[in-house]
Design a protein around this ligand. Sequence first.
Ligand code: ADE
Length: 536
Amino acid sequence: MERARFLVFWCGAIHCGISHLNGHTVGLSFNQLCKFCDVRLTDCKPTGSCLSNCNISSICERREEVCVAVWHRDGEITTVETVCHDPSLTFHGIMLENYKSTKCEMKQIKALGPHFYMCSCTWEECNDELIFTPLTGPSIINVPVILISLLPVLLLAVLIISVYYCYRIQDFRRSRLRTKRGPAHSCSDTCTIMGKEDYTNSMNHNTELLPIQLDSVVGKGRFAEVYRARLEQTSHTPGPAPFQTVAVKIFPSEEYASWKTECGIFSDAELRHENVLHFLTAERRQTQGQYWLVTAYHARGNLQDYLRVHLLSWDHLQKVVCSLARGLAHLHGDRTPCGRPKTAIAHRDLKSSNVLVKDDLTCCICDFGLSLRLDTSMSVDELANSGQVGTARYMAPEVLESRINLENIESFKQSDVYSMALVLWEITSRCTAIGDVLEYAPAFGKLQGNPCVESMKDIVIRDRERPDIPHSWCKHPGVDTVCHTIQDCWDQDPESRLTAHCVAERFNAMDHEDHSPEQKIPSDTESDKVQLPLLD
Ligand code: ADE
């Protein structure tokens, strides 16, 4: 093998920097600088790495030559050979492998015996360090190849993460709805600690509308129709998607103002109360020209329809009147049972058809389309502009006369209390504890249909009439308390009426007294017997 040798003691930066940049050979390369001691004795072991101990560096004769090292043990003698070599030619009968590496990684050449290792490389004096255990690192890892082979896995991971993320967003929205449906404050008005995240405006600002299937109409109001509907839930198991039954109140676009009012009332999360209909969300269904309010659904329907077909036991009556008074007290209150501030609200259309019967036979107040937020900052003019609203049959005398005291926001509450008194009377009239129970009739039942304001004025103001409370009702001490309360609520003078809060307290106290008819009612006369079957 003909080799021209240039012995160099130090090549300096010129060679190193120009021929190789970061291990990559550049076009203008100089000849390689390698250790070049030919064969020498060594005490290197074929593990880890060791140095050649060759003190001769040589610029290889030809550009294509690379650095090569051979470790060989023959009996007791171990040698290391360091040379320059052209990789296009065999060396010891073997073609050089991996000679573009910047490190000299020893490879066992079994064809030349068990103790023959060879390495080749292209970097200044790279054959000085003989590496027997190949390093794993960037130099032997082909990053692009790895990336390309990982691409399908990466894409799959991105897909899975995206699907999961979308699912979580959906799930979060639905669980928020479920949370909002859960109990707020207990019937005894104790304070339930709830996370602040529950107190958000539930307008669905998402472009994606909730997956709701309408079933059938369950109510028709002045401004909207109410449907029973299914709100699809996300399911983790195969099969039909589970759903939550909800009520959807659909306002046509002309009734936008009413929808907006109701949204405004419900937007105060502090309104949440077990005796106030639970609001879930509101949606603008622009393409259908509709505005939706999604609320809890109560299969027993409204109190008026319920009273038409059901009689109430004394216990049941207590539940209903207690919950109704609590609901109104909560609406009117400017604090929650936990003491958090809230805006007081006047319902302004309280009537038995705007009260729903819940599964546990307690009630909740609904339909806030005419309600008014009694913002303490509201001016008399603003209050005056709110006008005479409600259902004439249930209107307080001062509302019928449009003589409500606008200087005092309490006036609106007092009018609600009058309306509640009429509802309480309707409830009591269907209680088996009063004796003979007649067919359901609303207050002032002699006026059929929807009496006008003028007719109601004649009865309520001119004649000062109120629904009849027969003496027989008062034989039952509990009913007697209810009747006195009713009378204290429909007083002609708004200022003399009880507050809803006071009514709730009275009914609460009654709840703890024993009003069992065996003790308090002398005898069960024939006239006290129930005429209609008790359906609940
Ligand atoms: N009628 C009006 N609103 C209702 C509701 N939320 N559930 C059942 N019936 C209703």
